[in-house]
Design a protein around this ligand. Structure first.
Ligand code: GP0
Length: 822
């Protein structure tokens, strides 16, 4: 560890001016010799790239020290397999973690460049859809910050999540192109490439041992990016795989003049890492998706097995030195692929191979929605991965045998890795569960529901296997960087060290009644709202007053997240304000943002409705200073960083039992927004920590939702019992918000009337009442700031450092490193 601390003091030894001068010359060297540009000719983008390259050098110092240390001591390493890493921008966060924000800002200023401005032209690395991918990104940073040696494995998509435009109120998708200016953070590793096979045939070569001859082979090439942790003490590695063809050009075809045929193999191979599937919480079910899953899983496992073998000369101790975490079921094939490598390539017998596999792998579940659980047709897996299908059958036979012997009355059909009901399909969640030593849910409620619902039978078979690790978020990105105003206040009140130990924000709680603190808080929030208001004006053409309540729902658009409940209640509020203009309504702006999967018709219709309602409401002079509705296009990580610190009210209103955890909810609460929410996911744990008086809860509980689903109450009856609802639904269905196309929302409303699956109607009145409680709280501004202080003060527990600490101790059995103890 000595070289690490030496390096750290080395950075501190420079006098500030030396450091600025040094950075200046580093930037100029990059500009001149890496980009070939003279300062006078440099465009904003060149300065950005030069700044990133100079910053990256500092990251590399940390990175190499971390890698060397973990290699030299032979410490256990975590391999985090995730099909998604939703990173966002990297420059500001990396500088901040390295302690270089100040000197870099000055260095750039002396070169005539405004750093905060060029930071905003860095493209978001949007290699993920939503919460699941963002969680992976937070965890890579938290492992770096707490000294857990780790590699994140994923796919280097050429095109990340699509860009969303809004045209005539409707979502349109445009391709995303983050690599068009190259990615200055990454290192291509041609030498680290692996062959990934598909199709072909298998032939027995011994007991349990088989030779697989793939019909098709592609290369996986590694691209590495360092992720530096807080104060640059440690670093993790993000290793993303790109697909390349073995034969980029067929000379045969070329010579015959068949130019399309000449590049056919190349196109087919490279399609694998071409684009991220834009589905969140619902499997796309396309063959290319399965190819993506196997491609990155196989490359990652070959890589880690190879590295382990090189370091230790044997795979017997793999489980002692490697912890493989599966982020959802997308990398479930890891179970079969590790078995294949151990059996076929390293000649272990089945029992030993299985023991190693099971002791090495663990799995995180992120959803209980039955439609979201991944399954693949046996016939497809057999054709694409014949050897893996054999291994899966082998695992299943042994597993079901063992269960049958232990408990003859077990429900084998629901335990089986193969679903026999809908054609034969491989259940990826069962494969991951059986292959893992530990399976975790992402909030207390979710982990308990796992035991009672989808995994009930597996839980009976392995009562020790399920555990909970409530999600966490990195406070560096989501508080220190996103909200510098609040951070300064917290440092004044709780000491500079809050940045190092977020737990110290607890002390902020003692100042909840302090008038001066409340005023500071109000001023900070106002500044953040002004920043957001400018973007709202630019992007939506709507002027909003920073004095009004900012009521925010930003997340993927999904029926279970119930943006529809929010917008229907907004319509009711709009009607109410118009009929009683002089009541003391809390003036509000309703802020929405979020993407819908491109094939999710209902979600797209909800986006359309929000925009149509906005068009009506924002042009009505009677409600002008009371209500505005805006839908910010192209929600992404950068936009979240802008919106969250400006929010007064955080909408977390999913149907109870359906949102596994939520992580946006944590970001808002830590930044001092008040949550209006259901008793779902981590909302429950937020409520437990901030106290029932400091959160606004409404709606059916998960248990009540269960009952309501078994005995559905007819929508007509619910509507009759709910004041205002009928009028709202009639207006929407009748085209009041879509005068040019009167039946635009007929289906959407008809859906609610036929089957209110997500209990939008059932929870409407409760939500409406909760919003009136919000009005009252907002009217008493001292009370509001008290609540806000309590939220910030009691949400440090939702730090990703805490979550990673739990994984490290209870699942991976890796000691946190020097950084965590320092
Ligand atoms: C869950 F199943 N999540 C899925 C999925 O396909 N994509 C995804 O983002 C989310 C959950 O919905 C969550 O509740 C959770 O916090 C997150 O995974 C990380 O665990 C949304 O915030």
């Amino acid at each position: 560890m000595n070289d690490l601390s030496d390096k750290r003091t080395a950075a501190v030894h420079f006098e500030p001016d030396d450091q600025v001068d040094r950075l200046k010359s580093e930037i100029l060297r990059k500009l001149t010799y890496s980009l070939g540009k003279a300062p006078a000719a440099a465009q904003a983008h060149d300065w950005l790239t030069a700044g990133i390259l100079a910053t990256r050098d500092h990251a590399i110092d940390v990175w190499q020290a971390s890698t060397k240390e973990s290699y030299a001591t032979g410490r256990k390493r975590v391999y985090y397999l995730s099909l998604e890493f939703l990173i966002g921008r990297s420059l500001a966060d990396t500088l901040n973690n390295l302690g270089l924000t100040e000197p870099m800002t000055r260095a750039m200023r002396e070169l005539g460049v405004d750093l905060p401005e060029i930071e905003t032209i860095e493209p978001d690395a949007a290699l993920g859809n939503g919460g699941l991918g963002r969680l992976a990104a937070c965890y890579m940073e938290a492992m770096a910050s707490t000294g857990v040696p780790a590699l994140g494995y994923g796919i280097r998509y050429d095109h990340g999540l699509f860009k969303q435009g809004i045209e005539n109120g409707r979502q349109i998708e445009r391709p995303e192109d983050w690599l068009s200016f190259r990615n200055p953070w990454e290192f291509e590793r041609r030498e680290a490439s692996y062959r990934i096979g598909f199709g072909g045939s298998v032939a027995a070569s011994g007991p349990d041992q088989v030779v697989w001859t793939p019909e098709e082979t592609v290369f996986a090439v590694a691209y590495d990016t360092p992720v530096v942790g807080w104060r640059g003490r440690d670093s993790t590695t993000l290793r993303l795989w790109r697909a390349r063809a073995m034969h980029p050009l067929s000379l045969d075809a070329f010579n015959k003049g068949d130019l399309v045929g000449a590049v056919a193999e190349r196109n087919r191979a490279e399609a694998i890492s071409k684009v991220l599937y834009p589905n969140d919480s619902t499997p796309a079910g396309q063959e290319l998706r399965l190819r993506q899953e196997f491609f990155f899983t196989s490359a990652s496992l070959q890589d880690l097995v190879h590295r382990h073998h090189r370091q230790f000369g044997s795979l017997d101790n793999l489980a002692e030195k490697a912890a493989i975490q599966l982020n959802d079921t997308h990398p479930s094939l890891a179970v079969a692929e590790l078995m294949r490598l151990l059996l076929d390539e390293h000649k272990f017998n089945w029992e030993k191979a299985w023991e190693i596999t099971n002791a090495t792998i663990s799995y995180t579940n992120h959803t209980l929605l039955p439609e979201a659980l991944e399954t693949w047709p046996v016939a497809l897996v057999e054709r694409l991965l014949p050897r893996h299908m054999q291994i899966i059958f082998g695992i299943n036979a042994r597993f079901l045998d063992a269960v049958r012997r232990r408990s003859p009355d077990a429900d084998l059909a629901s335990l089986s890795l193969i679903d026999e009901h809908h054609g034969r399909r491989v259940r990826m969640a069962n494969l991951a569960f059986v292959g893992s030593h530990t399976v975790n849910g992402v909030s207390a409620l979710h982990s308990n529901l796992m035991k009672e619902t989808v995994f009930a039978q597996l839980h009976r078979a392995f009562p020790e296997r399920i555990t909970n690790v409530t999600n966490g978020i990195t406070p560096r990105r989501w508080l220190l960087n996103a909200n510098p105003g609040l951070t300064r206040l917290l440092q004044e009140v709780c000491g500079e060290a809050v940045a190092d130990d977020i737990g110290l924000v607890r002390q902020f709680g003692a100042h909840a009644d302090d008038r001066a603190v409340q005023e500071r808080l109000a001023a900070i929030r106002r500044d953040n709202k002004l920043r957001l208001a400018k973007v709202i004006q630019q992007d939506c053409g709507v002027v909003v007053d920073p004095e009004v309540l900012f009521d925010v729902q930003i997340k993927r658009v999904h029926e279970y997240k119930r943006q529809l409940l929010n917008i229907l209640e907004t319509i009711a509020l709009y009607n109410a304000i118009r009929s009683e203009p002089y009541r003391d309504w809390a003036p509000r702006v309703k802020v929405f943002a979020g993407k819908a999967a491109s094939n999710y018709t209902t979600a797209k219709s909800i986006i359309n409705l929000i925009n149509d309602v906005a068009a009506v409401v924002n042009n009505d002079i009677t409600t002008r200073d009371r209500l505005k509705v805006v839908f910010l296009p192209n929600y992404n990580v950068s936009l979240a960083e802008l919106i969250i610190p400006a929010a007064d009210l955080s909408e977390q209103i999913s149907t109870a039992g359906m949102e596994a955890s939520g992580t946006g909810n944590m970001k808002f609460a830590l930044n001092g927004a008040i949550t209006i929410g259901t008793l779902d996911g981590a909302n429950i744990e937020i409520g437990e920590r901030v106290g029932a008086d400091n959160i606004v809860i409404f709606g059916l509980t998960a248990d009540e939702v269960e009952i309501a689903k078994r005995n559905p109450r007819p929508s007509a009856e619910v509507i009759r019992a709910t004041p205002h609802l009928e009028g709202v639904l009639d207006a929407v269905a009748g085209g009041a918000y879509s005068p040019g196309e009167r039946d635009r929302y007929a289906q959407l409303v008809e859906g609610l009337r036929l089957n209110d699956w997500f209990l939008v109607l059932r929870d409407f009145e409760s939500y409406h009442q909760a919003q009136r409680r919000v009005d009252a709280l907002w009217a008493d501004r001292a009370r509001w700031w008290q609540m806000s202080v309590a939220n910030t003060a009691h949400c440090a527990w939702f730090s990703a450092d805490r979550a990673i600490g739990e994984y490290a101790e209870r699942i991976w059995h890796v000691p946190a490193g020097q950084a965590a103890r320092a």
